[in-house]
Write a protein that binds this ligand. Structure first.
Ligand code: GAL
Length: 687
């Protein structure tokens, strides 16, 4: 949590960035189009463009032959019209000559099949040749553009992801394991529970990365491999930025993070909590499926809120929306256009959660290949008169009014803990329900109650400071080290309220279960211990009685052995009927709650409503509204900036108790106003 409200200018710009990925390298034989782009940039109120992503074959068409003149001209032209640039390193895709001459740059998949040249994001992160080649071209870019006044930021590669299983990677993995286990094979065998199915190794060379045609059942190995993949990707990134740190030490560096699209959950394959430490600014690419047919607009908006609060909390400072679409994408199952008004609303939602930009993929739609129908600011009609372009210009104009918000933060008293490692381990666990673990979705469920109450939340990771929060929620924290347990205990001892759920605290950092029941420190702070986890079929029904109300329970029910905790809710059915389902325990200056079953949303609403009252958790500014309206606040020392967003298809009345100023029209507002479908109101209030 930010204890003070001082602004942090993460992008070094004192304006909201608006623009996006621009690929002039696809249009070099069309000077008319390139010059038209400059006109359209002005008309769309755009100010920042990400350049040279995937431009390697144009920058270095043959090995050692470089062509930068086109880029010089583009950058100069953008600067001339008042624009700035984010310069990307081109490593996300490489020229064919390189794969042909140096096959070691090609990735090998888990089945040990070497991939052919093609696609993108498919290089080996260990390859010495690829590391050398990327560093070389990055150095040339930094030498040439490092002092250009248009340069705002570095964008390293594009959406790092994936893994390589080639011989070089196996070698690096074994080296990484040796370091981790202090060259002691016995420690590794112990951590991986070696004798199980006779998996004890007696030489490091026997160890292989997980494979569908080899090993996949050793959970400790799977976990270490995932950790290695994160660290190897970071190491590749660190190699990329050596010349940039050397030649442009004051230019901030980012790389664009992603989300997994189903349910808009955090990207699963890399542990971003580790990666974040190596970046100056967090940026991410958001592509929610607005107007889908499986959830309400408000439900989806809540999930967008959750992931934004996670990515912002990774560095506790404003972040960058690096990519979004002005209309539709081309890779959802159904690529629906954003309805009128949704572009402004969805863009402002990002800003309300801490983004200091609205950037797009893509500036101009490509003419050929797989993304020619992906939404863009400039369509194939090359016009500023179509609906999408006008909606983009409206966002641009709105952002120009929001300069005072740049750099402001969103302090919170509530934190929810998201842990990549717990998620990996729980998904690997053979047990419970194969389809129902749904760790990130469970966190979203807990987040929802605060989102609906307009209470700011930080979604933090386990190595962050807990002490600044009044309430810490750790749903399904399956994997938890002794060290984290000690920190949770301290948090409660110091006066914090800790909420934990079913399937928590079961294994340590090697995915080895704790023996002797639950960890003794957890037993001490919770005054109970979980003794059995029952997994339910979807046709099974059970209920929890809490404050004289029955709430439906699904998927999981933990049988609890009560010690000194009090019973707050009981199971209604089955062999554990009338036993504790929800407990509370006072420990030193704080208290804990344990929720034994996976409860329906209305339980969380009522349960957290009580905690909100008890801990006097407050909205920053009170705005009256109904369901589906979200109020998010960014704070500066003197002002609160309040975003009131209607994520419903109906008009919604909202009311302000005291006077606020509309940041777009400068008009004073007090009392009730009606928000149209998808309307967003951005107001400021002096403190
Ligand atoms: C992103 C990627 C872009 C573009 C976009 C399309 O994941 O970074 O290059 O492919 O998706 O939505």
């Amino acid at each position: 949590m930010m204890s003070n409200l001082e602004k942090t200018y993460t992008t070094q710009a004192n304006f909201m960035l608006h623009g996006g990925d621009y690929n002039p390298d696809q249009w070099l034989d069309r000077p008319d189009i390139l010059s038209n782009d400059l006109e359209l940039m002005k008309l769309s109120h755009s100010n920042t463009f990400s350049l040279s992503i995937f431009a390697w074959s144009t920058l270095e068409p043959e090995e050692g032959i470089y062509r930068f003149e086109w880029l010089d001209e583009i950058i100069d032209n953008i600067f001339r019209i008042g624009g700035r640039i984010i310069l990307a390193t081109p490593s996300g895709a490489r020229p064919a000559w390189m794969s042909q001459k140096y096959p070691e740059v090609l990735r090998t998949n888990a089945a040990r099949v070497k991939q052919l040249h093609g696609g993108r994001h498919n290089h080996c992160f260990t390859s010495g040749v690829y590391r050398e080649k990327t560093q070389k071209i990055n150095r040339l870019l930094a030498e040439r553009y490092g002092n250009h006044p248009a340069l705002l930021m570095w964008h390293i590669s594009n959406e790092y992801g994936g893994e390589c299983h080639c011989e070089q990677c196996q070698h690096a993995f074994r080296g990484w394991l040796k370091q981790k286990y202090n060259h002691d094979l016995k420690s590794l065998n112990d951590a991986w529970w070696g004798p199980f199915w006779s998996h004890t190794f007696n030489d490091w060379s026997q160890i292989e990365s997980p494979s569908p045609n080899g090993e996949s059942m050793v959970h400790g190995l799977n976990l270490d491999w995932k950790r290695f993949v994160t660290e190897q990707t970071i190491s590749f990134y660190e190699n990329e930025i050596v010349p940039l740190r050397e030649l442009t030490p004051t230019i901030p560096i980012t790389t664009n993070f992603m989300a997994d699209t189903n349910d808009l959950i955090p990207f699963q394959a890399l542990d971003y909590s580790k990666f974040a430490k190596h970046l100056d600014v967090i940026s991410w690419d958001a592509y929610p499926a607005w107007h889908n047919d499986w959830e309400s607009t408000a439900d989806l908006a809540m999930k967008v809120g959750f992931i934004n609060d996670l990515y912002r909390s990774l560095k506790q400072q404003p972040f960058i929306l690096m990519e979004s679409t002005p209309s539709s994408v081309n890779w959802h199952q159904v690529n629906k256009a954003k309805r009128p008004g949704m572009h402004l609303l969805s863009s402002m939602q990002m800003v309300s959660h801490g983004s200091d930009s609205v950037m797009y993929f893509q500036w101009r739609k490509s003419r050929g290949s797989s993304e020619k129908f992906h939404g863009a600011v400039v369509d194939h009609d090359n016009s500023s008169e179509n609906r999408v372009f006008k909606e983009v210009a409206r966002v641009g104009k709105t952002l120009e009014k929001l300069v005072d918000i740049v750099g402001t933060n969103r302090p919170a008293d509530v934190a929810i803990l998201y842990d990549w490692e717990s998620n990996w381990a729980i998904n690997d666990a053979q047990g419970f329900g194969m389809e129902t673990k749904r760790y990130p979705q469970t966190l979203q469920q807990h987040y929802r109650s605060f989102w609906e109450h307009d209470i700011p939340v930080d979604v933090i990771t386990k190595d962050q400071d807990f002490s600044a929060y009044k309430l810490l929620i750790v749903p399904m924290l399956y994997l938890v080290s002794e060290e984290t347990i000690a920190r949770l205990k301290q948090f409660v001892a110091d006066g914090g309220t800790l909420v934990m759920t079913y399937i928590s605290g079961l294994v340590n950092e090697h995915d080895l279960t704790y023996l002797g029941g639950w960890h003794k420190d957890l037993q001490e702070i919770f005054g109970m211990k979980p003794i059995e986890t029952d997994t339910l079929y979807s046709s099974d029904k059970n209920y929890v009685k809490y404050r004289n109300q029955s709430y439906e329970l699904r998927d999981y029910a933990t049988v609890i052995d009560l010690n000194t905790a009090s019973t707050e809710g009981i199971y209604e059915d089955d062999f554990y009927a009338n036993t504790a389902a929800v407990t509370n325990h006072k420990y030193e200056k704080g208290q804990t709650y344990y929720i034994g079953g996976r409860m329906e949303d209305s339980f969380h609403r009522d349960f957290y409503a009580e905690i909100i009252k008890e801990l006097t958790l407050k909205t920053i500014v009170s705005v009256g509204h109904g369901k589906g309206v979200s109020v998010q606040v960014r704070q500066a020392p003197e002002y609160d900036y309040i975003f009131v967003m209607n994520f419903t298809e109906e008009k919604q009345p909202v009311s302000f108790k005291s006077s606020v100023k509309d940041m777009f029209t400068s008009k004073e507002i007090i009392g009730e106003v009606i928000l149209e479908k998808y309307e967003v109101l951005i107001v400021e209030k002096a403190k």
